[in-house]
Write a protein that binds this ligand. Sequence first.
Ligand code: ADP
Ligand code: MG
Length: 321
Amino acid sequence: MNEFELIQHFFTRSACAQGGENISLGIGDDCALLQIPAEHRCAVSTDTLVSGIHFPDQAPAFLLGQRALAVAVSDLAAMGATPIGFTLAITLPQIDADWLQAFSEGLSLMAQRCSIGLIGGDTTRGPLALTLTVMGAVPTQQALLRSGAQLGDLLCVSGTLGAAAAAVPVVLAEIDRHTIPEATLQQLLAAYWTPQPQLQLGHYLRGKAHAALDISDGLLADCGHIAKASQLCLQIQQAAVPVAMAARQLLGDSAALQCALSGGDDYQLAFTLAPCELARLQHAFPAVQVIGQVCAGAGVQLLDAAGQSIVRSYSGYQHFN
Ligand code: ADP
Ligand code: MG
């Protein structure tokens, strides 16, 4: 099988490459062509996943396909954008038909969940790596930026945190999975391999949230990005942070809390909005929790039950440190 047969068989013919709304031309020409609806902006984001760095070398291909796309689409959700299409640049050590088939099925499953179509890519040989570029549309002026937080806003998260980070030693087989109760194990693996981009919530938050992002590097580090971009302080009540039950069952309360604060990979949204929006929001999205507020100052302050600041570093994961 040569490069063109590979593209044809596993990508052009895959379920996720059969077009979609606002895809005028998909795979096969020099470029794909997208339609951007009137009064909208095109939202674009790229993510690279390198084997051995972002996922284990022996990662199951079906799950890897789902995770790679979910991680990328999460950025569209965080902007309030509606997905349109994505490209896939894939570097493969060799042609393994079974691996490619499973990968393409995983990719198609997540693409269907997110209503996004594969519109092109590039196929090269080398150590396994994936670069996905996602494109979506968001009404002009309604994109959810990091820079818009306002004094007096509530700080919210879209759901529980910590399960994906807690799952890492299980995924890496540093913890024997047979020692973990089945239900807990399934929740941990799902959190790591199949995060669900918060597209409906992102859509709802258009024109309501003042600032938003998806939590990829850890709650404290990512809230730091909002604080910096908005030139305000984000105060977080530690006791209000929703810690995933599966993380607590695996690691105990204290280590699970650390995963929720500083572990990445959950792809929940963190956002700020006016207090008057809260009741309607929580009615529509019951998993949303208030964890703090926006106040004058800079950076992120983590507070204990007595309102005292808990000093800690929260730099998140950085590749060149
Ligand atoms: P070019 O040389 O013009 O860049 P290629 O020969 O690399 O084009 O690719 C041919 C077509 O196949 C293009 O439309 C490209 O977007 C698509 N393509 C290549 N690799 C992939 C892939 N991994 N997934 C989806 N589409 C791909
Ligand atoms: Mg090419």
